[in-house]
Design a binder for this molecule. Structure first.
Ligand code: ADP
Ligand code: MG
Length: 698
């Protein structure tokens, strides 16, 4: 076990292991389910379970768990051991097909957003054979979906699988229209780039805000921040390099294709990118990656911060969701083709995405909405809250030519007719990469950049897949009934460009003038906060679309709204309470003790010479005394508002009150404390400063 290729995937019950441990019949049956989405044949479950158990035991496992993704955003597991008593007093290790396929965790401790009241308290987990089982520690983890007894999804995997199925169905209809009968299924692939911060564990432990909320609620700007741009792609520090090496090894054993790692823009910020894979697996792997990142950090005396905005004034962390559509025959449908027909097909899929992003801007925005991500979107370093698409000049010019029936580039003699003329091959523009766009076409895939670093990528992909399925459905409905396929195709692409070109923007998304243009001239949505965007989930067009493709039922949509809003409220409430606690118990006493010492020093000086002015001490004491009073009253005010918040029972009302009142009170309290920090001698300050946290890992 020394080279990577020896141990890669060693803890995964993957295709190699299946082939080696299952009989040919069982293997074929399972493979059909995995590759083509065929229904799993329960008759082979026992055989699969036994092989899985034997393999797991041979790798030191004693337990198994149904591993799932409840709506808390993290993963959950309940461990059962394989042991079963034998008549002679010994134990044998058992694992049945039934245990593999279905589990029954108590659903009552997971959020259900009201679904539990309507349905039974129990939930069940169902094996997802399309994502390989793996071993973590001494436990065989079986990826599962988590539902209520009524079949309502209580997790993120179920709707994700449904959205993939919806997209598969519609994309196949389109491919058949183009005469492609051999493709059996179309799947989306995702490569999520994950940003994170590393801080020293000892420093972390001294900050209640980091411990309770994952972000700093106080902290003055350090003398040096990220302005030198010397960290991005810079030399990786030894402690960080050791961490990354260890992290890679752990991820590789689990079959996670961790590929690229580098420093990010902010000091102490880094990124890990995997090689892309099927969305469902990419989602499971990203959850695993986040978990392992934190575990490995602990081994290195570090803490991995996945919060979207751990430090004010310093770049936050996001996740770039690189997304494409591919057939089981290995064709990426977002790659411009070699023949006129392939090109027309490419343009149709491209248009489907453009239409989807424009029609469902609100769903994409709310799919990434959390209290943490609200600090990022629209701040200077992240895409704005306004959704738009970057296509690049070349592709935009092609679309313009189609829309206006004008020759592309002015060089073609004839106007371009789809299905007849070959499009120029678009080269991926590596020089002019637009990093400010929320949704960028990067040659053969789209990069959705609004996701927060702690988000499960499931939510964004559920909305994206569903919205694109809807565009494709509309296209397929029309084309299947068209008398002249090529003319209809051409007209439809033209119409899409005309109707949806407002969403295409190749300029600088960080520019204020863009926001003005987007909202005032183009009528695009600018939903700045979670409470601003979440209600859009109830718009009729959204409910109609999501239910039509069977991605969510209406009850599930309502429950998800409740959970996301509740989560927002709980998060900010904890932050508010933590600020009150830190201000009262740490910050105020620290300033007091410093001012007392200053006063003592002034007194001592005056005892020697009563004529002395002691203007240094006097000035500082005056300013700090002023700040102490301000901090005290701002703390009281914040606390009073938090008490009022507690009395509101409706989540929408609570979230609005947070947005309109509480966040402002928190900001005010912080501003006084941060000023006091800059005036207080370092040894009095009760917790590590930004400078220490950001530059403390060597
Ligand atoms: P960068 O965006 O930093 O230039 P790349 O474009 O090479 O880097 O890759 C970024 C991420 O996109 C990686 O996780 C990669 O696996 C993923 N990716 C590359 N091609 C595709 C594709 N066809 N579908 C989905 N993800 C992809
Ligand atoms: Mg990228």
């Amino acid at each position: 076990m020394n080279t990577v290729s020896d141990y890669f995937g060693s803890l995964v019950f993957d295709d190699r292991v299946m082939k080696a441990t299952l009989s040919a019949d069982v293997y074929q049956s399972l493979k059909k389910t995995i590759d083509e989405g065929a229904r799993f044949d329960n008759n082979v479950a026992n055989a699969v379970a036994t092989a899985m158990k034997d393999w797991a035991i041979s790798h030191g496992a004693t337990h198994f768990t149904h591993w799932f993704q409840p709506l808390t955003g993290i993963t959950a597991e309940k461990h059962d051991s394989f042991i079963s008593p034998a008549p002679d007093g010994r134990v044998i290790m058992e694992f049945s097909g039934k245990e593999l396929i279905k589990g029954e965790p108590d659903a009552s401790s997971f959020p259900s957003g009201g679904l539990r009241a309507t349905f039974e308290a129990r939930g069940y987990t169902a094996w997802d054979p399309t994502s390989y089982a793996f071993i973590k520690g001494k436990t065989l983890c079986i990826p599962t979906a988590f539902c209520s007894y009524g079949g309502e999804a209580l997790d993120k995997k179920t709707p994700l699988l449904r959205s993939m199925e919806a997209l598969n169905k519609q994309a196949l209809r389109i491919l058949r229209l183009f005469g492609n009968d051999s493709v059996k299924c179309v799947r989306t692939s995702v490569g999520p780039e994950q940003e994170y911060f590393l801080v020293d564990k000892e420093m972390f432990d001294k900050r209640k805000d980091l411990i309770f909320t994952g972000r700093t609620l106080f902290g003055a700007k350090p003398p040096k921040g990220q302005e030198m741009d010397d960290h991005y792609f810079g030399v990786i520090k030894p402690r960080v390099a050791a961490y990354m090496a260890d992290l890679n090894e752990e991820l590789w054993k689990l079959g996670v294709l961790a590929k690229t790692e580098h420093n990010e823009v902010a000091p102490a910020q880094h990124e890990l990118a995997p090689i892309y894979t099927t969305t469902n697996i990419a989602t499971d792997h990203n959850q695993l990656t986040m978990e392992i990142m934190q575990k490995v950090a602990a081994k290195h005396g570090l803490v991995c911060l996945l919060h979207e905005k751990p430090f004010a004034g310093v770049n936050g962390s996001g996740k770039h969701n690189n997304w494409s559509l591919a057939t089981d025959t290995g064709v990426n449908l977002l790659t411009p083709g070699e023949t006129p027909y392939e090109n027309a097909q490419f343009l149709l899929f491209l248009c489907a995405v453009i239409k989807a992003v424009d029609d469902y801007q609100d769903l994409l925005r709310l799919s990434v909405a959390t209290a943490g991500n609200d600090h990022r979107l629209g701040a200077n370093e992240a895409p704005p809250a306004v959704v738009s698409i970057f296509l690049g000049d070349e592709l935009t010019a092609v679309l313009d030519a189609i829309e206006n029936d004008t020759p592309y580039n002015g060089t073609e003699k004839t106007q371009m007719k789809l299905g007849v003329h070959v499009l120029p091959r678009f080269t991926r523009d590596t020089t002019d990469r637009n990093r400010t766009s929320p949704f960028a076409f990067t040659g053969n895939k789209f990069e959705f950049r609004m996701l927060g670093s702690s988000n499960s990528i499931a939510c964004a992909n559920i909305m994206l897949n569903s919205a694109v399925a809807q565009s494709l459905k509309i296209y397929a409905d029309r084309l299947e009934n068209a008398s002249d396929f090529e003319t209809s195709l051409h007209e439809m692409i033209k119409k899409t460009i005309k109707d949806h070109k407002r969403i295409i923007f190749n300029g600088n998304g960080y520019d204020d003038s863009w926001i003005k243009e987007a909202t005032e001239k183009r009528g695009l949505l600018n939903l700045k906060t979670t409470p601003d965007c979440m209600p859009a989930i109830f718009d009729k067009k959204n409910i109609d679309m999501l239910t039509a493709h069977k991605v969510f039922s209406e009850a599930e949509i309502k429950s998800r709204y409740e959970i996301m809003m509740e989560n927002y409220c709980k998060t900010v409430n904890i932050e508010g309470l933590t600020m009150v606690d830190m201000a009262r118990k740490e910050i105020l006493p620290a300033i007091e003790s410093y001012t007392a010492d200053l006063a003592g020093a002034a007194g001592a000086k005056k005892a020697i010479d009563p004529q002395l002015q002691c203007s240094y001490e006097t000035k500082l004491i005056n300013r700090l005394s002023y700040l102490v009073d301000k901090i005290d009253s701002a703390t009281d005010e914040l606390e009073q508002e938090l008490v009022k918040l507690k009395l509101i029972t409706d989540v929408t009302e609570s979230a609005n009150m947070i947005r309109d009142i509480i966040l402002g009170k928190m900001e005010l309290l912080r501003s006084f404390c941060d000023e006091a920090e800059t005036l207080t001698a370092e040894k009095y300050w009760p917790f590590p400063t930004y400078g220490q946290l950001l530059f403390g890992v060597k």
